[in-house]
Design a protein around this ligand. Structure first.
Ligand code: ASP
Length: 268
């Protein structure tokens, strides 16, 4: 699977389907990391680049830096001749509606000085914090054990203009080394605080746990419920896709034809 295909599909929160900021604009971000060399590239604040993941790869390959954002990232995109389009291309009617709902839910929350009523409270996390869509990510390993991770997102619905999430932050939403490749989704602020992707690798390295054990430990024990999901693969080809949210769209495929897809509770 190519991250660009997911970015081009409006059903996912990345590229064409990116959720909107509180100003009704898109600010896309993406990150890529090569586990073997630890080379990586990241971008934020993109408004016209059709495939943010491709620009993050160019940052990795063509600059001495790791992370470009906003005007500088857009200027680099022009310089590299990557495909761009008017920002309105990314703004779908579904995401205009999601933003409306998120603002409405926030207004309801602000209007009540008393504790939020139960049924309203139930509606709030998805409407105001969750994207209700998925950030997209891929992790891969080849037959030599070389690992790579890539993640792309529009961020969170109704985010402040200028907000940067976990996706482009190496070690938070995206990480790869010689042990594993990890790509995370969920509430960026929680994922950053808990350095989720790097923690999976660190727990493997320092505690000697398997990929599955290390990922389960990070997702179940370290990050509050409802905040995170991740996909990960190890150098030996072990795959795990745990989450502590209600569900997570996920899939796995191997060269010899095995495939697995899931949305709700993990059956691994
Ligand atoms: N993690 C992303 C962010 O906070 C959102 C998501 O995964 O849907 O920017």
């Amino acid at each position: 699977m190519d991250v660009r295909e997911l970015e081009n599909n409006p059903n996912f929160n990345a590229g064409k389907g990116s959720v909107l900021t509180n100003a009704g604009t898109v600010e896309m971000e993406a990150c890529i990391m090569d586990g073997n060399t630890k080379r990586c590239g990241a971008v934020s604040g993109l408004t016209t680049v059709i495939n943010p993941i491709s620009l993050s790869r160019l940052v990795m390959e063509k600059t001495p830096h790791i992370y470009l954002a906003f005007d500088g990232a857009e200027a680099f995109a022009r310089e590299q001749g990557v495909e761009t389009i008017d920002s309105s291309h990314f703004i779908t009617p579904e995401n205009i509606e999601r933003l409306k709902q998120a603002k409405e839910a926030k207004r309801v929350q602000i209007d009540y000085s008393q504790p939020i009523q139960k049924d309203v409270e139930k509606e709030l996390p998805a409407a105001s914090g969750g994207s209700q869509l998925g950030t997209v990510g891929c992790v891969a390993v080849d037959n030599q054990g070389n690992l790579a991770a890539a993640t792309s997102t529009g961020g969170l619905v109704n985010k402040m203009v200028g907000r940067i999430g976990d996706t482009p932050i190496i070690g938070s939403g995206t990480y790869a080394n010689n042990l594993c490749a990890v790509s995370a989704t969920g509430k960026g602020e929680a994922i950053i605080r808990h350095t989720v992707a790097r923690d999976v690798a660190a727990v493997m390295e320092f505690k000697g746990l398997s990929l599955k054990e290390a990922s389960a430990y990070v997702v179940e024990e370290c990050v509050p419920r409802g905040n995170v999901g991740l996909i990960a693969v190890s150098a030996s080809g072990e795959v795990t896709m745990p989450f502590n949210t209600t569900g997570m769209f996920r899939a796995c495929a191997t060269e010899d034809g095995y495939s697995q897809i899931g949305i709700w509770t993990s059956v691994e």
